[in-house]
Design a protein around this ligand. Structure first.
Ligand code: ZN
Length: 713
């Protein structure tokens, strides 16, 4: 996802956070380590504002240098009774300096195409007068709109992909959609763990993790031409972006260059797969040329850099290690060159989750914008708490991973001189200092409202001139004025903060029911965060209109004050000649790879010193192997690092789960009892059927049960 979710941490958060952590993400907020009840139900009824205090300092920073809609924005985030986030009519007044041009409820169309109204819409792209909106759950897909007249978008066609996982996890499988520059090809990123759908789904084809290459030679009849499944990654593809690398400029800097059309796709837990796109006979075909390894990358931005004439790839690096973002030169995609990185809190492992990245160059200076996505996972580790990461909760308990108890930031960073940004391998102190020096401004919502579990979280942004358009889940869509931040003159954090020029919380009626499943999933994802009406994952400013898709509602076209919606010249554009593709090759959907899931929930060590680990065989074949538990590499008080805790053999029937018990030695029991948390790695060697052994890993934390603490007192 340019953007993503919790699993996707997370969903849009992506599975991108790495196979092991993805499973951890999907495991849901561990209530034991966080005092407030963070169930979706409670958060909808009580609101994140009741659970996490307003950040008064953020309110004051916004008020110190307001835009025309800052005070209206401050008043547009009610949270807690009597406000109900699922009643869309209660959000009708939350807007400023905006006109709604069009609202398409999509109820009937979605019911007709998917057999249910509660499908979840996702992220979007617009090119060549076509808007593509991903369908994320419970099947993947794409809605294509004609936006030649962007104030009157028209649904052109619906593309249906495979079924999402729903039994192991209710994950967004139509994770992201991108259009080629000429609008002739759509790339749908598909993530799936196991391809075990909800029983209520009509039997369709299972979603294949990878990228579906869809021909739009006739946009009214989208056609699947290839399922690209690079043999990397564990849970499929979180985002896929196409980009054309041009021939060398006549003058100017040069260097290795391989012009052509490429696809940069994030293979969850593996990194950015780079592939060449060729179009023999007009039919797109994709083949791999390279990989930038990363277990944490969540989203990308690719640009012809105006300052250097090179093609630059920016990674929003999720929970990356010392890397909130990383920049590569990919002008020669087979040999990417790392240029710089940035991270305000390199001392923290799991605090801010870098979600999306967008870059602009103004008056010779290059600026990176980077929102963090906010959610509430397991508590941050003792080391992170000791290092001052996040903010402790009111009752003194540790901050959550994902910093969901804080208002979400979008950072603006001066990246004009990459040599002044941190480089790989520098000390944490240097990375922190250089990152702070490059930080120009930070935007947070004007209400100082905590993000909660993806309730009021920044998601995707788009820079247009000096303005930034930002989608904010239940917070709607903002148009922010970043002129001060982009002018190259630093005054103060307050002066540089982007100001609210306009915003809207979409509130079109009728709306649709919120996704529900016949059988609750083993590791809830969508059903573990509080979906309301509306939920805005993405927006796109196009020809002066701002188009926005509501995950749980319809499709909107807005005109913000200061913008002017204009139709393609000549009104409705002449219909493009439909190319005859001839007979298309029949794509061969591949069976998703066999998987073994290791639940990442924090585990309690029982009174008798036993740890229980849950395994799930997501395969039509039996799974058999060996589970080993080790402490992580870092030694901690009472528990040495990288030490074997125990080993268990297992054998599972296809598509079944099992709990394995490992008894800790007395010394380890004491070590765990002394600490709040001990990080543990699970290593599994597993065979599916009679196949060859494969390795699966996960990391989770152990905490001592009250019984164990009493016993070892
Ligand atoms: Zn609300």
């Amino acid at each position: 996802m340019r953007r993503a979710g919790r699993l996707a941490v997370l969903v849009c958060v992506g599975l991108a956070a790495g196979a092991s952590s993805a499973v951890a993400h999907v495991a849901g907020p561990p209530k034991a380590s966080l005092k407030p009840d963070l169930s979706a139900r409670t958060m909808l009824q009580e609101g994140t504002g009741q659970l996490f205090p307003t950040d008064e300092a953020a309110v004051a920073r916004a008020a110190a240098n307001p835009g025309p809609c800052t005070s209206a924005a401050r008043d547009s985030m009610p949270d807690g009774a009597p406000h109900d986030h699922q009643q869309i009519s209660q959000h009708a007044g939350f807007k400023c300096a905006v006109t709604q041009s069009e609202f398409l409820p999509l109820k009937d169309e979605l019911k007709r195409e998917f057999g249910r109204e509660d499908v979840v819409l996702g992220e979007m792209d617009v090119k060549a007068d076509i808007a593509a909106v991903a369908v994320t759950f419970p099947k993947g897909g794409v809605l294509f709109f004609d936006v030649k007249q962007p104030d009157k978008p028209k649904l052109l066609s619906v593309y249906k992909s495979g079924d999402c996982d729903a039994q192991p996890i209710d994950i967004d499988c139509g994770a992201f959609v991108d259009l080629s520059a000429d609008g002739k090809v759509a790339y749908l990123a598909v993530q799936n763990l196991s391809s075990i759908p909800d029983p209520s789904l009509a039997a369709g084809r299972p979603g294949t993790p990878g990228v579906e290459i869809i021909s739009l030679a006739d946009p009214a009849r989208p056609q699947l031409v290839q399922i690209y499944t690079p043999a990397v990654g564990f849970t499929g593809t979180h985002t896929a972006r196409s980009h054309v690398i041009p021939p060398a400029p006549a003058a100017g800097p040069n260097g290795a260059r391989a012009p052509g059309e490429y696809l940069f796709s994030i293979q969850n837990s593996a990194g950015v797969n780079i592939a060449k796109v060729e179009r023999p006979g007009g039919i797109p075909q994709v083949r791999p040329v390279g990989l930038i390894g990363s277990r944490s990358v969540h989203d990308t931005f690719i640009q012809e850099d105006p300052l250097t004439g090179r093609t630059l790839l920016y990674l929003a690096d999720g929970f990356g290690n010392d890397t909130a973002f990383v920049v590569f030169d990919v002008t020669d995609p087979a040999s990417p060159k790392r240029l710089a990185q940035w991270d305000l809190t390199p001392e923290c492992e799991r605090d801010w989750y870098s979600h999306t990245i967008d870059v602009t160059t103004v008056n010779g200076r290059r600026y990176v914008t980077l929102p963090a996505e906010l959610f509430v996972l397991d508590a941050q580790s003792d080391e992170d708490v000791a290092a001052g990461c996040g903010r402790k909760q009111a009752d003194g308990s540790a901050p959550p991973q994902g910093n969901g108890n804080l208002p979400g930031p979008m950072w603006i960073v001066d990246a004009t001189d990459f040599s002044k940004l941190p480089q790989q391998g520098e000390s944490e102190a240097n990375i922190k200092r250089k990152s702070q020096e490059a930080l120009v401004a930070t935007w947070e919502n004007a209400a100082g409202r905590a993000g909660g579990n993806l309730t009021f979280s920044p998601h995707n942004q788009q820079i247009v001139g000096n303005n930034i358009y930002l989608s904010d889940y239940h917070g709607g869509v903002y148009k922010l004025d970043a002129t001060k931040a982009f002018d190259g003159v630093r005054e103060s954090a307050e002066q540089e903060r982007p100001r609210e020029l306009a915003f809207v919380v979409p509130s079109g009626e009728p709306t649709r029911p919120i996704a529900g499943l016949a059988t609750p999933p083993i590791m809830p994802f969508f059903s573990s965060f509080p979906l309301g009406h509306p939920e805005i994952w993405d927006m796109f400013n196009y020809r002066g209109c701002t188009l926005a898709a509501d995950m749980t509602g319809g499709f909107y076209s807005y005109e913000f004050d200061g913008d002017r919606c204009t139709a393609a010249s000549g009104g409705p554009a002449p219909s493009q000649p439909v190319q005859s593709l001839g007979p298309l090759p029949e794509p061969r959907p591949q069976r998703p790879p066999d998987r073994l899931l290791i639940s990442g929930k924090p585990r309690k060590v029982t009174r008798s010193g036993v740890v229980r680990t849950r395994l799930y065989c997501a395969s039509p074949k039996p799974c058999a192997g060996l589970l080993k538990l080790r402490t992580t590499g870092k030694p901690k008080r009472g528990v040495p690092g990288n030490l074997r805790l125990g080993t268990r053999a297992f054998s599972l029937a296809p598509r079944t789960g099992r709990v394995l018990s490992v008894r800790l030695s007395r010394a380890h029991q004491r070590g765990v009892a002394k600490q709040r948390q001990t990080a543990v790695r699970a290593f599994v060697r597993v065979r599916f059927g009679g196949g060859k052994a494969r390795r699966v890993r996960n990391i989770f934390s152990l905490t001592a049960s009250k019984g164990l603490q009493r016993r070892l007192g």
